[in-house]
Design a protein around this ligand. Structure first.
Ligand code: UDP
Ligand code: MG
Length: 317
């Protein structure tokens, strides 16, 4: 039996671009069905993320025109990551393989062939990785690369130059959905799912029409979310810094006492300096310790699964 493939495509105010890109998706699905790679029940699932333009109307019309087009509409705009998650959750009820892709035609659709092949070779997750950033402005390139570097330094494990173009098997999506956090940053969460994963390289072009929904402000929010959702390293840095300041404070106290004893100081200086150094160090250290506990609470409230079983020697009940 051929696997059923679902393309999950989040759309937010995309009336301009959807009419142009819909055929790209449909042609690819038809091609794969004709090549006998996937089941004829494969679908293109659009997720309307509370668009304010005619996006939902276009999606509804498409679903009447061709059975391969289907859509769900969110009650309001919830952002790219949540829209994607909604699409994955919906698709896993029908599909064996799910590929998420943007609707603006930037991601090269032909990478789907390689992704599907990788799935047949046993991969549960296939990351679409940009082979270069030629189509980006210098600014976007610099900020994006800085982001990946900082996130990795901070202990987040993400695939370099991979955005949200990826294939996931049904079971990988089911495991991902056990992650119950509200701050969704899929790029950070999916590597935590594990299973056999691989990368497929593709060239990312410019938008076919319409405008980006990721201006600098949203990019910064996503980056900040990415870091704070995956790492408590910033808290660790405060702790370490507090420790360092405490040591410096202690040395300053010693120094001021020596100055006092050798008579090299005005009266009152040594005691004032000692008090300031002492409290400075203690305060920062204490904030760090409190931070450690907050960090633990933070990790606890996420209620992430502690492990995922990949295989059994027996059939699960
Ligand atoms: N998107 C969404 N909800 C939002 C913002 C964006 O579903 O609130 C979708 C959008 O329609 C597109 C994808 O997310 O399919 C990526 O957005 P965009 O192309 O604007 O980002 P960029 O490629 O410029 O980073
Ligand atoms: Mg785009």
């Amino acid at each position: 039996m051929k696997p059923i493939l679902y393309l999950v495509i989040p759309c937010y105010n995309e009336e301009k671009v959807l009419v142009k890109t819909k055929d790209i998706f449909l042609n690819k699905i038809n091609e794969l069905i004709t090549a006998d790679k996937i089941h004829k029940n494969s679908r293109i699932l659009f997720v309307n993320d509370g668009s304010r333009d005619d996006t939902w109307k276009i999606i509804s019309d498409l679903s009447n025109e061709n059975e391969h087009f289907v859509g769900v509409s969110l009650s309001r705009n919830r952002g790219h990551q949540n829209a994607l998650l909604a699409g994955l959750e919906e698709a896993k009820n029908y599909a064996d393989i799910i590929i998420s892709i943007d609707c603006d035609g930037q991601d090269d659709i032909n990478a789907v062939n390689e992704m599907v092949e990788a799935f047949f070779d046993g991969a549960d997750i296939v990351y679409g990785v940009r082979s270069n950033r030629k189509s980006d402005t210098l600014f976007k390139r610099a900020t994006a690369q800085g982001f990946y570097k900082i996130l990795n330094l901070m202990g987040g494990e993400i695939v370099y130059n991979h955005a949200d173009y990826r294939l996931m098997s049904k079971r990988a999506v089911e495991e991902l959905l056990k992650f119950q956090e509200v701050n969704v940053f899929l790029r950070g969460m999916i590597p935590l799912v594990g299973f056999k994963s691989t990368c497929v390289y593709y060239e990312r072009g410019g938008r076919i029409a319409g405008e980006t929904h990721y201006p600098l402000k949203k990019m910064l929010t996503l980056a900040f979310d990415g870091i704070t959702s995956f790492s408590i390293k910033p808290i660790r840095i405060i702790s370490a810094f507090g420790f360092l300041v405490s040591i410096i404070g202690f040395l300053l106290i010693l120094w001021s006492i020596i100055c006092r004893l050798t008579g090299n100081s005005v009266s009152g200086w040594a005691s004032t300096l000692s008090v300031i150094s002492f409290f400075g160090g203690i305060q920062l250290l204490s904030i760090g310790v409190i931070g450690e506990y907050i960090g633990k609470i933070y990790m606890e409230v996420k209620k992430r699964p502690r492990y995922i079983i990949e295989d059994r020697t027996y059939k699960e009940k």
